[in-house]
Ligand binder design. Structure first.
Ligand SMILES: Nc1nc2c(ncn2[C@@H]2O[C@H](COP(=O)(O)OP(=O)(O)OP(=O)(O)O)[C@@H](O)[C@H]2O)c(=O)[nH]1
Ligand SMILES: [Mg+2]
Length: 253
């Protein structure tokens, strides 16, 4: 099985790519792909898998063989949610996609919400939005099934992003977003956080480059299948990356 790197086709204007970074999501990936295509039938779906030992990539490859709108980007030499998400964005950019949506591979994000996120980008006024965030922290948004500890960590990270990093959104750590590809061209993508802090780092850079952001309420459901990859060590790495960003924000170094 090979990643599809060579001579990418150019898609027609208006193409949407929905991407999912996966590591050991074999329990949910097949039904998630089906649910995404039910919500957005014309979208291409890209799964970026880091050679999961549980065979997630094989499941996706079988679906991709049968459906030209399903794609697998298999990475065999590296790991990381941040770098996987970034590679997915760049993969779609090379194919001239217009909108990218990314979401988790464990059904915590409801694929039925994707059309609302895309619609938020399409609102026509003088300056349409570049990024629509599926937000748990605006009225109507929520996270279900979380422990008190998880709520506190999430609150702290979002507070830090809004107040210390000065990114004017309430749910800066949401991994459920729709992005207009055009705005990515003006964002500096070098040395983005490679792990879970990718999402805050990306928004921070987007804000610096003048991207317009909106938040759409969603219900986040704690994973029911598979296991979390958000280990203690990943959380610590994320915290370190956020502190680095804060130093940069306040001291410009
Ligand atoms: N490609 C890739 N995907 C990853 C990696 N780590 C996590 N993911 C995926 O990133 C998404 C979010 O990871 P989760 O483990 O669900 O993290 P979380 O939502 O903070 O934690 P839970 O609420 O416990 O599920 C899932 O689709 C994971 O499979 C990685 O190293 N590489
Ligand atoms: Mg999850």
């Amino acid at each position: 099985m090979q990643a599809t790197h060579h001579s990418p086709p150019q898609w027609p204007p208006g193409t949407t790519v929905v991407q999912i970074a996966t590591y050991n999501e074999s329990a949910s990936i097949s039904s998630l792909i089906t649910a995404i295509h039910t919500a957005v039938p014309h979208a291409h779906i890209l799964v970026i898998d880091d050679n999961s030992p549980d065979g997630t990539a094989q499941i996706v490859a079988e679906k991709a063989d049968k459906n030209e709108r399903v794609h697998l980007l298999l990475r065999t030499d590296r790991r990381g949610l941040g770098t996987a998400t970034l590679e997915g964005i760049q993969w779609a950019q090379k194919r001239a996609a217009e909108v990218i949506v990314h979401l988790d591979g464990d059904f915590s994000h409801n694929p039925a919400d994707i059309p609302r996120l895309i619609a938020a980008l399409a609102i026509l006024d003088e300056m349409p939005f570049d990024i629509a965030i599926g937000s748990r922290k605006v009225p109507g948004g929520t996270a279900t099934g979380w422990s008190v500890k998880r709520h506190i960590i999430s609150w702290l990270v979002c507070w830090f992003t809004r107040v210390v990093l000065r990114v004017p959104v309430r749910d800066g750590s949401s991994g459920f977003r729709a992005l207009r590809i055009r705005c990515i061209e003006s964002i500096n993508l070098e040395n983005l956080a490679s792990g879970y802090a990718f999402f805050e780092d990306f928004l921070w850079r987007a804000h610096q480059s003048g991207a317009r952001m909106t938040e759409i309420p969603i219900t986040f459901t704690n994973r029911k299948l598979g296991e979390s990859k958000a280990s203690g060590i990943e959380m610590l790495r994320g915290a370190r990356d956020l502190v680095r960003l804060a130093v940069h924000t306040w001291f410009k170094c």
